[in-house]
Design a binder for this molecule. Sequence first.
Ligand SMILES: Cc1ncc(COP(=O)(O)O)c(C=O)c1O
Length: 423
Amino acid sequence: MRTWYPRFRGKKTARGEKLHILGMLRAQRRHISFHTPGHKRGGADITELSYSDNLASPAGVIAEAQADLARITGAAQSFLLTDGSTSGVHAMLHALASRGIRRVACPERSHRSVATGCELAGLVRVPVFCGTAAGIPLQPTAKDAETALSQADALLVTSPDYYGNFPDLAALRALCDRENKPLVIDGAHGAHLHGTPLYAGRYADMWVDGVHKSLPALTQGALVSAGSGWTDALASSVGYFRTTSPSYPIMASVEYAVKYPRNAALEEAAQALKARIGAYPNADWSKLLLPFGDRADAAQAALERQGIYPEFNDGNYLMFYLSPATTRGELKTLERALRRLPRGTLRTLQAERGEIPLGARIVALPPAEAEGRVCAADCGLFPPCIPLILRGERVGAAQAALLQRAGGTFGLQEGKIPVFEEA
Ligand SMILES: Cc1ncc(COP(=O)(O)O)c(C=O)c1O
């Protein structure tokens, strides 16, 4: 197995950046542990000790790491997260609420953490209506966003999304400036873009970087950042959503990953591969999507038999997540395997809107029986963790079948879809 720090073993990156947290961990003396964690093995997995700083009130290596990460990402302040982008999305929404914001415009098919964060912070979601094309939810246009923002106090978008699509960030920034309302970006899939014109931090008042998804960090490692107007609000909100026992390996890996050098050769190879094999033409090199349509399950099974695991299968597309740590050899192996697999026909998974019956009871039905009924909760596949059926939409046959055989779902109750009981 490879470690999460394969490219450099010293205390500095190839670009000469110091690794503060990893350096501290490597410089430790062996000691007898009368502290947590209970495995007593010491090593990198330690707790807050006299020399290891404290994420809740950083003044040592963690403060130095966070300052470097803010400089690299162009933030006024950045905060390490060991609880995934979910905690960053929640913190940003809480920060908005703490400044009196009550209504947030966001695309209906945002990640689940947006809905749960709004609920936790007492924020009303104002839906930004976006279409779908080729079986993929689209990003909002500036017009879509403007319509929703006229009834809201802030705008939240995802950029890029799981499918590698971007909204027009410059237009959305201009819109928010005109309206004097904050722009918040869920960048769970965009940490690898810092330093490029597509980076969320160039446009947002607050944004999250899902470092563990597209850079070589340990799972759950993320970063949430603020521009100059929002540092105080975010600094106090972030503490509500972080564990009081943050993992040092995760924190060190986030610092390592954000400082990881770009892999321009791999980025070019990925874009060329996409064009050669007819992948979905997105703008993000790190997301390779192959349209297998109704043959997606068979293609996934065939690949897994060869030891190749995609990120997700949404019933139409197999998604392959790349990072600067992906090798050219791995891309070649993937290409050879993909070329042997037949493509099918894209399924239509668009839901039809229904009427939410007033005062109706909610019952949970097996997917086949729920077909045609009005759904009582946002339901979907996990990942990508965006709703396949929204509360208030009718459960379609193709969606019911997909939820029935999916490995991971959300919104369902023990495999059953909550629907409104009909009179
Ligand atoms: C768009 C988006 N936002 C937020 C998240 C939450 O990220 P995490 O799993 O790191 O908590 C995800 C996870 O898939 C996501 O896709």
